[in-house]
Design a binder for this molecule. Structure first.
Ligand code: F6P
Length: 344
């Protein structure tokens, strides 16, 4: 009986368990055994695995997080770890590995594929940030957008009662997808994204004009990776993770202070943070994650390695993993211009 491994790496997101379930169900139907690798690449470094069977994936579809655990471990940070990953893969007798992850996890997959040491890898595109190239959407994104939208809807009523400006900071790293989608969906009065530098004069002008036409409250959605004109990325602390990413967050607070100072309108800030990554996936994410899991398994069965499941229009197809990790998928300016129609 053939054995494959499956791992979830990087930041968790809703829908990971739906992929795992789909992979296991499809594998068992094809007489393939599945080993769950614990905590991303760390599980292959430490040889930490669990057997996955019908029982272990029963009831996990609506659950957030990942039953396998995850980590931001980058084996390429410490060269001997790469050798351990390869050795464990061989020791476990794996014929393939399904790596469910974003830019970092798939970046490691791509490097391992290029090393040509006999690892057969198939990818599955995960991230709330939706910043992976080669797929129209990643799973997890829709849930994050819905969580943010609901939160902004709630902020609307309190903003209106108190005649305040509410700044809402959302995640998304260096792409403004979550900010743009949740901002459009919730009717935000301004949306600030990393792709366009923040012009404080312009932001305050929009808010003042709104107040002048009798709207005593406003909602400003800001992506955590947004930067002020001629400024730096605002970081909570200058700490880098093992993939070299700076930890983002804090722009909302600075923005709220600046807005209040310049407009004299009372302003509050809400940072949604990891709430956007937690809890049950939306139906859309459950379905797309399930389709990605089945596709990944189909690629394994067809021995089409080095590819990732991807959503193209309404079809789930495949793209080379290197396409997905080549460039960051940032917001299309045509889409941002559409959102501007509703600013102010
Ligand atoms: O990539 C997903 C994400 O949630 C980003 O939006 C955010 O910047 C980052 O992960 C937070 O990472 P951590 O969970 O390590 O704090």
């Amino acid at each position: 009986m053939e054995t494959i491994g499956v791992l979830t790496g990087g930041g968790d997101c809703p829908g990971l368990n739906a992929v795992i379930r789909a992979v296991v169900r499809k594998a068992l139907q094809n007489n393939v055994k599945v080993l769950g690798i614990k905590n991303g690449w760390k599980g292959l470094i430490d040889n930490d695995t669990i057997d996955l069977n019908m029982d272990s994936v029963s009831g996990i579809l609506p659950k957030g997080g990942t039953i396998l655990g995850t980590s931001r471990t980058n084996p390429y940070k410490n060269k001997p770890d790469v050798e351990k990953v390869i050795a464990t893969y061989k020791k476990l007798g794996l014929s393939a590995l399904i790596a469910i992850g974003g830019e970092d996890t798939l970046g490691v997959s791509n490097k391992l594929i290029k090393e040509n040491k006999g690892l057969n890898i198939v990818g599955c595109p995960k991230t709330i940030d939706n910043d992976l190239s080669g797929t129209d959407f990643t799973f997890g994104f829709d849930t994050a957008v819905n969580i943010a939208t609901e939160a902004i809807d709630r902020l609307h009523s309190t903003a209106e009662s108190h005649h305040r400006i509410m700044v809402v900071e959302v995640m998304g790293r260096h792409a403004g997808w979550i900010a743009l989608h949740s901002g459009i969906a919730s009717g935000a009065d301004d949306i600030l994204i990393p792709e366009v530098k923040i012009d404080l004069d312009e932001v305050c002008e929009i808010l003042k004009k709104r107040h002048a036409r009798g709207k005593g409250f406003s909602i400003v959605v800001v992506a955590e990776g947004a930067e002020f004109k001629a400024g730096q990325v605002v970081t909570k602390e200058e700490k880098l993770d093992s993939f070299g990413h700076v930890r983002l967050g804090g722009i909302g607070e600075i923005l709220a202070e600046e807005i209040e100072k310049r407009t004299k309108f009372e302003t509050r800030v809400t940072v949604l943070g990891h709430i956007q990554r937690g809890g049950t996936p939306t139906a859309f994410d459950r379905v797309i994650a399930t389709r990605f899991g089945i596709k990944a398994m189909e690629l394994v069965l067809a021995k089409k390695f080095g590819y990732m499941a991807s959503l193209q229009g309404t079809e789930v197809k495949e793209v080379p993993i290197e396409v997905a990790v080549g460039t960051l998928k940032t917001v299309d300016m045509k889409f941002y211009d559409l959102a501007k129609t509703f600013f102010g």
